[in-house]
Design a protein around this ligand. Structure first.
Ligand code: SAM
Length: 231
């Protein structure tokens, strides 16, 4: 029976891989990898020599039919992204949808993803939350900010280090400087950092230094207490 198994990989710390993920990667007929070099490093570390097949976001539409044809021969493919869970701000969704349309079984293993530890580390309410992922750089950016400002739940954004301060400033402009937030940098790595404070405090903290590494921004939702800050 053909099957696609999405396998979350570490987001920095190579110990963050489940026993089941290792078994699935070993047993799969092939591993679809966003970047075969990054996946190759992980597989070497785990002593796995399953065949790797490239699966790039830029040719995701093109690769689909070829992969579906191979799966239909009865293969089981695992899918790995560069970091974390495939499909979360990474390629995966199109292939999952295509598999479902072709009655190919799809299974996503639970495992590492950056937004969960960032949300929990923030100390902001995590009973309900909004995952925004990456904001558009230009077109539609302002519309997204206006939408986010009205959300009554904690929101989680992915951001690059060189855009961090600009994004914090834009969030502060539209949500008010006192809105609580957290910047999680280099999660699971040696220099992990979770800086909590108001948006204005975070701007001050990060404006004075060169920011490097991978970043998640978590922002408090709109509520009666912070409503007045925006006006
Ligand atoms: N698939 C991944 C996941 O499940 O989280 C996300 C991949 S996305 C292309 C990469 C972004 O995820 C980074 O720019 C950053 O915002 C976030 N990210 C990934 N690893 C991280 C880490 N160790 N610390 C903080 N943020 C991280």
């Amino acid at each position: 029976m053909p099957k696609l198994i999405l396998v979350p990989g570490p987001i920095g710390n190579l110990e963050d891989i489940t026993l089941r993920a290792i078994r699935v990667l070993k047993e799969a007929d092939a591993i679809l990898a966003e970047d075969t070099r990054t996946a190759g490093n992980l597989l070497r570390h785990l002593g796995i020599n399953t065949r790797l097949m490239p699966y790039h976001s830029f040719n995701e539409h093109k690769s689909l039919q070829k992969i579906i044809n191979e799966l239909m021969q009865g293969h089981t493919f695992a899918m790995l992204s560069d970091a974390g869970t495939p499909g979360i701000s990474d390629p995966g969704f199109l292939l999952v949808r295509e598999c479902i349309q072709h009655n190919i079984e799809v299974e996503c293993l639970p495992g590492p993803t950056a937004f969960v530890p960032a949300l929990i580390n923030s100390g902001l309410p995590c009973d309900k939350f909004w995952f925004e992922g990456f904001l558009p750089h230009k077109k539609g950016r302002q519309t997204r900010f206006k939408f986010l400002a009205t959300l009554p739940v904690t929101m989680v954004l992915y951001e690059s280090p060189h855009r961090l301060v600009k994004t914090l400033e834009q969030l502060s402009e539209i949500m008010g400087p006192d809105r609580k937030a957290c910047v999680s940098r280099e999660l699971t790595k040696v220099f992990e950092e979770n800086i909590r404070g108001s948006l204005s405090e975070l701007i001050l903290f990060y404006s004075t230094k060169a920011v490097k590494g991978e970043i998640v921004i978590t922002v408090e939702g709109h509520n009666k207490k912070n409503q007045s800050d925006e006006e």
